[in-house]
Every structure is written in structure tokens, then in C-alpha cells.
Ligand binder design. Sequence first.
Ligand SMILES: C[S@@+](CC[C@H](N)C(=O)[O-])C[C@H]1O[C@@H](n2cnc3c(N)ncnc32)[C@H](O)[C@@H]1O
Length: 245
Amino acid sequence: MSDDAQTSQAWLELAPDYERARSREDSLDRLVEWPAQRDVLGDVTGRSVLDLGCGNGGKLAELAEAGATGSVGIDVSGNFLSPAPPGVEFIRGDLSGLDSLPELAGRTFDRILFLQSFGYAKDPVRTLRAARAMLADDGFIVLTKTQPIRYAVERAEQNGTSLGEEYFSAEPFSYVTGWNENISLTKRSYTISDLINVFSAAGLWIETAIEPQLSEDARRRYPHKQAWMNKYLGILIFKLRPGQP
Ligand SMILES: C[S@@+](CC[C@H](N)C(=O)[O-])C[C@H]1O[C@@H](n2cnc3c(N)ncnc32)[C@H](O)[C@@H]1O
């Protein structure tokens, strides 16, 4: 089985563990990531949203509640909220094959999301181009990604190597997720410049980049999470638009 097929297979098992971890009061998704992602999305009233790698679709459900309409969530795990919230359709599918999903043919969206899912694209430029082609006028993409430095720190510790050696290693790597210690995922290595070059090759420019952090209040309440952030930095959020600025 290829690394990609293995990773998709792993997500079939991992999906419920991920959602359980995400819903914890002290999860970084709850404390840092989703509030920052939500902020970049702004007012979604009357906007259609395509969420690629949507997990169970909980974030899309919140956006629908906030006024988004005609939205679609796609995930390889097929572990969706049931019934789907009004105004939301879920499709089990692969974000590496967007142009072969009949449900998406001829459709456009005001917002397209890759929230911690872009790393699973087999051909990142192709996937981003396909997403770009589905953007409505004045639409944008919100793409979030774990800081590549986080994985480099972990691997340097595990392998007894240095940060630079791991950060610049182009090899795919496997790691055991914090959501289930029996399941490992394989990821492509990215440096920050790789990411920027992928956006550029897909004909997108970065309108905004954000490195969200815990609020003062959350730092006080969850010092173990601040310790984690101090070591691993967190995620990157990019707001991407087609063409040149
Ligand atoms: C870290 S979770 C993020 C879920 C959600 N976007 C969020 O922010 O909470 C990654 C998601 O990507 C999905 N995924 C992994 N590979 C995929 C693929 N090839 N196509 C579609 N979804 C995929 C997984 O099933 C999982 O739901």
C-alpha cells in the first residue's frame, strides 16, 4: 500500500479519537486554532463554504449556524455528523481528486478551507489549483498547517539529530499521533519556503499569514498548553487569493 493509501486508511480509524481530543476543554483546536480560523473567515452570512478534510463537519455546522449556505464538507474518513446540518452536504472523498468528484462539478464557493488537512494532498499544487478554480468572485482560501518546525523538533529529539537536519530533510516521515498511540501517520516534509512556493505555483498570493497564540486567560488556566506552544510553536494560518496582489 502507498503511504497516501495507508494514511487515508489510518484516518478511518483515527477519526473518532481526533474528534474526542478536539472537543476537550483544553484542546489547542478549541483554545487557539478554531477561534483564529473563525476570525479569518469573518462574516459568513450568505457565503458558501467548501471544507476540505472537514473531519466530522463540526466546524462547518458552526459556520452554517452563523449564516453560511450551500456548503459542502469533504473527508476521506466519512465520519460525519448525522443528520447533516441544514445547508450542509457531506461527501466522503479524497482532497487529492477534487476534479473527479461529480458532486463538485461546475460549483463555486466563497470560502474554501484546508484546516490541518493540506498535508495529505498527494500533489499539493494540483489540489490547490483545483480549489482555486472553484473559488467564486472575491472568494478566498483559508489554509492552516502545523508549523513545520514542530515536527523537526520532535524528530531531532527522537533521532538524536539537529533541528536543521530534520527541518531540511525532504523525506516523508511517520509519527505517532497524540490522539491514538497505536496509529501513526505519514506526512510530507515542508519547509516554510516549500509552502510559499506551492502557493505561488498554484497561482495564489498570501493576503495574510497568522501564527495564533493562547490568550492571556488561557495561558493562566492551561500552563501545560503554553509549555507545549513554547516548544512546538503551534500552527500557521494563511489567507490565500487568486492572482497577483
Ligand atoms: C487533523 S484533521 C482536521 C479536521 C478538521 N479540518 C479540523 O480542523 O478539525 C485532518 C482531517 O483530514 C482528513 N483527511 C486526511 N487525508 C485526507 C484526504 N486524502 N482527503 C480528504 N480528507 C483527508 C482526515 O480524515 C481528518 O478528518
